[in-house]
Write a new protein. Structure first.
Length: 552
């Protein structure tokens, strides 16, 4: 079996790559270990807590005990399904802040500044404001990826934005437009009541072409000959075979599995590979390093009015929502329920937001467990740019073994200070007059948790991953010893091989990572095809005029 381009992983970036390469007339083959994304648990937006907790859709990865979180072992969901993690995520669409990408360019990823990537965000988007404001000149209107907004009819959702305004923060009607900073509506990859994953947006149209194929197989390693990638060794139907790549192999297997594949193939830290008996093809010490994520806490408040989603949290309520969705693709099932957002700065002197909020009109965990108090609401809050770094390494040379994942969460003292600030700022917002008609007792952390020591204990026990791992195959200058790929996504030291997914992020971006991951696939496709990148856009993003002296 052979193709011009062999892509490992039908996830967010891989699907976009397949679409653009096939559109250009190239022979494309995508390898995906996971299965079908058919069925209501994936396609119904409100059912988002189910697929990321189902073995049939998730790789089931876990961290090593995290030393700064009391030895907790954290789950690391990654999509093992058509569409990858875009098929099991919360469907929240955040480009990232302009200064995130300017930082990429300044750190060695030349050509990936905000002016460079904005045209690719516009190319991939088909944005629908739904009458909720926004600036269409900053958005795309004809791309494959449909982006919409929820109805925002729940009074708690509106109260959150009003409370932000009362607390003195800026308002924004489009955080993906000129102004990220402030409180306003969330964007979601939902279209006509369905999850609009990378599989729906990109892969299915690509597979309608005769020159694009998808096979279900487990990628074991990249086949290298004389320093060049010539194919991929896979296990399929119980047999091991090699799929030949006529031009290039492109790894888009996630920030966890992409470095694992490189290391199994002899590309990575030489001493680590040798310790596992793997022949070193290219000594790249940065492979698997620079692992980053967003952590978050749920600040939960009881509601004294029965207006939260808890009134639907029964077998009958869920069945009614599910039936309405199955029949009409409308109703509560057609929204991910994350309909109000905020990006704020933690203190004066921070030039752009470093805290993100997701507001949810129910007190519930990602695993679907609701608060015992019944009606409530919660703000998910966490810092955007932790300086803590972890790594992904091999457990053994056996491709079937999961990698070792060590985030080193909260390993820097600044992380604890940041989270204490997050909690205190959130309490201030939830105490505003907009919530007065609803506010009951604080469920979590609880009114008695006030001192730094008490907050730290709460953080240590309750902080959760936002499931945004990235950075393990860092893009940078070829002279940077820790860079894994250059600015055209080519693996340094090997020809015919690229990596294009969230693993190439030099530094994590503001917000959820699905949008920038898809953007990487879009932009990498132009580099692979040898095309001149899209013309940079000189649109000037908004920066708070008094950021140096004020926090809001």
């Amino acid at each position: 079996m052979k193709a011009d381009y062999v892509i490992i992983g039908a996830g967010s970036a891989g699907c976009a790559l397949a679409y653009r390469l096939a559109e250009a007339g190239k022979q494309v083959l995508i390898i995906e270990h996971g299965g079908s994304d058919a069925g209501p648990f994936i396609q119904m937006p409100a059912a988002l807590s189910y697929p990321m907790n189902m073995k049939m859709y998730d790789w089931g990865l876990k961290t090593e005990p995290e030393p700064h979180l009391g030895g907790r072992v954290m789950v690391t969901p990654r999509g093992k399904v058509i569409g990858g993690s875009s098929s099991i995520n919360g469907m929240i669409y955040v480009r990232g802040h302009a200064q995130d990408f300017d930082h990429w360019a300044a750190s060695g990823a030349q050509g990936w500044g905000f002016a460079d990537v904005l045209p690719y965000f516009k190319r991939m988007e088909h944005w629908h404001s739904g009458g909720h404001g926004g600036d269409p000149t900053w958005r795309g209107d004809s791309g494959p990826l449909h982006i919409t907004r929820g109805p925002r009819t729940n009074p708690l959702v509106l109260a959150f934005v009003k409370a932000g305004q009362q607390a003195g923060y800026a308002m924004t009607d489009d955080y993906n437009g000129r102004q990220q900073e402030g409180f306003g509506p969330f964007d979601a990859t939902v279209w006509k009541g369905r999850r609009w994953s990378a599989a729906n947006a990109y892969l299915r149209p690509a597979l309608k072409r005769d020159n694009c194929r998808l096979i279900r197989a487990f990628a074991r390693k990249i086949v290298l000959k004389d320093g060049r990638a010539v194919g991929v060794e896979v296990e399929r139907a119980g047999a091991v075979e090699v799929i030949d790549a006529g031009i290039e192999v492109i790894v888009a297997a996630s920030s966890i599995n992409s470095p694992k594949l490189l290391m199994l193939s002899g590309i990575g830290p030489a001493a680590h590979l040798s310790a596992h008996g793997i022949d070193v093809i290219a000594d790249r010490p940065g492979v698997g390093q620079n692992l980053q994520d967003h952590l978050e806490l749920y600040i939960q408040q009881a509601s004294i009015q029965p207006v939260s989603l808890f009134k639907h949290w029964s077998l009958w309520g869920k069945a009614k929502i599910g039936l309405q969705w199955l029949l009409t693709k409308k109703g509560l099932g057609a929204s991910n329920q994350f309909e109000s957002a905020a990006f704020v700065r933690s203190r004066a002197g921070v030039p752009y937001p470093d805290i993100q909020y997701h507001f949810l009109p129910i007190a519930v965990r990602y695993d679907g467990q609701v608060a015992a108090q019944g009606h409530g609401y919660q703000a998910h809050v966490g810092p955007m740019r932790s300086v803590s770094r972890g790594h992904v390494s091999l457990r053994s040379a056996d491709p079937a073994d999961p990698p070792r994942i060590q985030f080193n969460y909260m390993s820097d003292a600044s992380d604890w200070e940041s989270f204490r600030t997050c909690i205190r700022l959130t309490r201030e917002i939830l105490a505003q007059a907009a919530f007065a008609p609803f506010a009951g007792e604080e469920i979590q952390p609880g009114k008695d948790v006030q001192s730094d020591e008490a907050l730290d204990a709460f953080i240590r026990e309750h902080v959760e991953s936002a499931y945004h791992p990235c950075g393990t195959c860092k893009m940078g200058d070829v002279d940077d010893a820790m860079a894994v790929v250059d600015a055209q996504c080519r693996v340094i030291g090997v020809s015919g091989l690229r990596v294009a997914d969230s693993s190439i992020f030099p530094r994590i971006t503001n917000g959820n990572l699905n949008a920038p991951s898809i953007m990487v696939g879009e932009k990498a496709a132009d580099h692979i095809l040898g095309r001149t990148p899209l013309t940079p856009v000189s649109d000037e993003p908004w920066v708070h005029p008094t950021w140096e002296s004020t926090q809001r």
